[in-house]
Design a protein around this ligand. Structure first.
Ligand SMILES: *Cc1c(COP(=O)(O)O)cnc(C)c1O
Length: 343
């Protein structure tokens, strides 16, 4: 089976497994696990922030941001197809007691003037705008990169109103490697950042949330309240450190593979690409084959390729370090074959 459902399916490398085995551990709730401290300090330095916190998942990181930045009854501004809105079980409403207000973007990019217009004025009837979220790269938009200037424009508006900006950067390193903009430059346009160690970077578990020292002090308490205070966390933090310090540059290879796949898919009658390919995600529309995405995925699975349905007519392919160029060629061949049988 060639698994291109997601970059979360990557398994830890031998180096990561060894690092987790050999690490000296301590109790992180007492602040005594040196590996997680090293990971957090390294992440904060890379992002140009004061502090960072290791959290169990991207979802937990995003929710801790909502819990720490917002008060109950606040409103959160975010793009209409944001992961925080679509795929986190309405956690921000269930846990932080805030209401999301979505802004329809173009390929995941919000118009700053729409953001400005959505900020609530002072009025007894209105909620306070508690946070603005940006997602980069944007998952639902097919790994689209949000331009730095757009983030800057939104950050300027947020600062005028004293509203914190949170970056859901689950795949921030993909955006950075593909665009050439440093993660530090992206992070400078936000108050807080969440990124996943367990996606393209290949770690088995975990995400980082980063911001000011004061923010992280409060975030640490929210993490504890959520049951995310871990003990001998070095066994997973050390693999995370290996991921963060050795797996960033190779993301370029995943992007090449995605481009290769997209180029081939474009030539296949009945398939059309949903937008351009910025990073490691390829979304194709299969309606031209008179198949639903579920049916397409089912048939492709029989041929030995796991992809994911992304909508009634759309299928998502995600490249990662567990699929090599030969696997990509196989994927192209199998898709070609399936399309040929159907047309
Ligand atoms: C995967 C993802 C998350 C959530 O990460 P988990 O570790 O799966 O909880 C958040 N935001 C975006 C954009 C993602 O792609």
């Amino acid at each position: 089976m060639i698994d291109v459902r997601s970059d979360t399916v990557t398994r830890p490398t031998p180096e990561m497994r060894k690092a987790g085995y050999h690490v000296e551990v301590g109790d992180d709730v007492y602040g005594e696990d040196m590996s997680v401290i090293k990971l957090e300090e390294t992440a904060a330095r890379m992002l140009g922030k004061e502090a960072a916190l290791f959290v169990t998942s991207g979802t937990q990181g995003n929710q801790i941001a909502a819990l720490t930045h917002c008060d109950r009854g606040d409103e959160v501004l975010l793009e209409a197809d944001a992961h925080l809105f679509l795929y986190e079980g309405a956690a921000m409403s269930a846990l932080a007691g805030v209401q999301p207000r979505t802004i329809q973007g173009v390929r995941g990019v919000m118009n700053p003037e729409h953001v400005r217009a959505a900020v609530r004025p002072d009025n007894i009837h209105f909620p306070e705008t508690g946070m603005i979220c940006i997602e980069n790269s944007h998952n639902k938009a097919g790994g689209a990169i949000v331009p730095l200037e757009n983030m800057q424009a939104i950050h300027d508006i947020a600062r005028e109103h004293g509203i914190p900006v949170h970056l859901d950067g689950a795949r921030l390193f993909n955006a950075s490697v593909a665009s050439g903009v440093s993660v530090k430059d992206y992070a400078a346009q936000t108050d807080t950042v969440q990124f996943c160690l367990s996606k393209g970077l290949g770690a088995p578990v975990g995400s980082i949330i980063s911001g000011s020292a004061e923010f992280i002090r409060k975030a640490r308490k929210w993490r504890k309240r959520l049951g995310g205070g871990l003990r001998q966390v070095g066994v997973i933090a050390e693999p995370g450190y290996v991921a963060l310090t050795t797996m960033v540059d190779r993301l370029a290879e995943d992007h090449e593979h995605a481009a290769l796949m997209a180029e081939a898919f474009e030539q296949i009658p009945g398939l059309s690409l949903e937008g351009s390919i910025d990073t490691n995600i390829v979304i194709v529309n299969v309606a031209g084959l008179s198949m639903s995405s579920d049916h397409f995925v089912e048939e492709l699975t029989k041929a030995g390729v796991l992809a994911g349905t992304f909508g009634p007519d759309t299928v998502r392919f995600v490249t990662h370090y567990d699929v090599n160029r030969n696997d990509i060629k196989q994927v192209i061949d199998r898709v070609n074959e399936l399309a040929r049988v159907r047309s």
